[in-house]
Design a protein around this ligand. Structure first.
Ligand code: NDP
Length: 445
């Protein structure tokens, strides 16, 4: 495989799509050896076909605010690859959303979904809509307008969106309501649904729980557990709250959470009633970081900085892409951190990842660590098909087993001769092989 030629061609075709190009390069670098060992992949143009989405829908989303003012946002759905199952991946509503970010997320999703071993292809979508400060009625009208375009493209056997940044249970409800109205069908077309209308137990906390299960497996390879460990975490959204609840349950102490304007350092640990308080703030669409530090005097708000300067044993970046740079990685190493598990998608820059690998840290990449979210979405789809609900314990056990299996697959494909496990390589190779072989079986389409 001529990696540089493939990357040069892509850069020419998609100039300025930095996140997308970054994600493709990272995957291609780690699968290069495997591709070279399997000439059939090159002969059938697998890489060239894999790096371009099957199709992209772009549409306008007009909506009216509570004062009668008209706004127009952009909406997208990227159907990347459906070799192993229907397109599957979240919707992100955030002002930073653009084609490059959604293409990077959709590309990553192909391998992540493959790793879960469930039959799901890769996709992603979203809008540059900013939910901050919007009323419930405004969010509802926006979601309804978004679905007025999206519904033609999705379906339970075609493409099954879910949540991501800015899209939680509330937004999924409004989106589902409009889909149902337009199609007159009550089907499993979205995941992350409410429990009373087709949702799965454990789905809201699944990404965070899964991330911690994966980190537990990584720690176990060195005979370690979360018990007594100090943990820094970023963000406070869908992923973070699940992760910090599980870490507290396992005896770890989470000392940070963060938002775009800074982070909270709480040396007493963030658990129990503090998590409840944060969830209430979040549900009412308020900023959480500053109010928390006012409510709990043990906490300190550090404006304009990231939590990676705080001494810890384990770090879980759970907010957004490229939120952990080289200097942050060096801070973590110098402060004695032993394990970094990416709850978010691509939160560490390539330079930061190099630091982790150079120091032979336990480093779990997002596509493996946060795959528990989509895996539980897959379990939600199975329950919808069966028209049956599993209980909490059953879903949690299945999720836990899937995370153990993903860890084992990463070790199988990522273990070096000296025994160090390169989880980045392991995850990329394991995810890639299944999709590439399915594409070979299905011909050039
Ligand atoms: P949420 O919107 O629920 O939470 C995101 C959190 O990160 C919020 O606390 C937000 O703060 C903070 N944040 C957002 N942008 C920035 C920024 N630029 N700098 C610092 N903090 C920021 O999203 P999710 O928890 O759903 O997603 C978080 C990450 O996990 C994303 O990378 C997503 O792709 C990934 N992921 C999510 C899954 C899921 O099931 N939800 C599944 C797999 C991966 P504020 O609210 O104040 O803006």
């Amino acid at each position: 495989m001529n990696l540089e030629k493939i990357m040069n061609d892509l850069e020419k075709k998609h100039p300025g799509e930095l996140e997308y190009l970054q994600a493709v390069r990272e995957v291609l670098e780690s699968i290069e050896e495997v591709v070279n060992q399997n000439p059939q992949f090159e002969a059938k143009g697998i890489i060239e076909r894999l790096v371009e989405p099957d199709r992209i829908l772009t549409f306008k989303v007009p909506w009216v605010d509570d004062n009668g003012k008209v706004h127009v946002n952009l909406g997208y759905r990227i159907q990347f690859n459906n070799a192993i199952g229907p397109y599957k991946g979240g919707l992100r509503f955030h002002p930073s959303v653009n084609l490059s970010i959604l293409k990077f997320l959709g590309f990553e999703q192909i391998f992540k979904n493959s790793l879960t071993t469930l039959p799901m292809g890769g996709g992603k979508g979203g809008s540059d809509f900013d939910a901050k400060g919007k009323s419930d009625a405004e969010i509802m009208r926006f979601c309804q307008s978004f679905m007025l375009e999206l519904w033609r493209m999705i379906g339970p056997e075609t493409d099954v969106p879910a949540g991501d940044i800015g899209v939680g249970g509330k937004e999924i409800g409004y989106l589902f309501g409009m889909y149902k109205k337009l199609t007159r069908e009550h089907v499993g077309v979205l995941t992350g649904k409410g429990l009373n209308w087709g949702g799965s137990l454990v789905r809201p906390e699944a990404t965070g729980f899964g991330a911690v299960y994966f980190a537990q497996e990584m720690l176990a390879t060195r005979g370690l557990t979360f018990e007594g460990k100090t943990v820094t975490v970023s963000g406070f959204g869908n992923v973070t709250w699940g992760a910090i609840s599980k870490i507290a349950e396992l005896g770890g102490k989470v000392v940070t959470i963060s938002g775009p304007d800074g982070y909270i350092y709480d040396p007493d640990g963030i658990s129990g009633e503090k998590i409840q308080y944060l969830l209430e703030l979040r549900a009412s669409n308020q900023d959480i970081v500053k109010p928390y530090s006012l409510e709990f005097p043990s906490a300190q708000f550090v404006a304009g900085k990231r939590p990676w300067e705080v001494k810890c044993d384990v770090a879980l970046p759970c907010a957004t892409q490229n939120e952990l740079a080289k200097t942050d990685a060096e801070n973590l190493v110098n402060n004695g951190c032993i394990c970094v598990a990416e709850g978010a998608n691509m939160p560490s820059t390539p330079e930061a990842v190099e630091v982790f690998l150079h120091h032979k840290m336990l480093f779990g990449p997002g596509k493996a660590v946060n795959a528990g979210g989509v895996a539980t979405s897959g379990l939600e789809m199975s329950q919808n098909s069966l028209k049956y609900n599993w209980d909490r314990e059953e879903v949690d056990q299945k999720l836990h087993q899937i995370m153990r299996n993903i860890h084992a697959a990463c070790v199988k494909h990522g273990k070096r001769e000296d025994g160090y496990v390169d989880y980045v390589k392991g995850a990329n190779i394991a995810g890639f092989l299944k999709v590439a072989n399915a594409m070979l079986d299905q011909g050039v389409i």
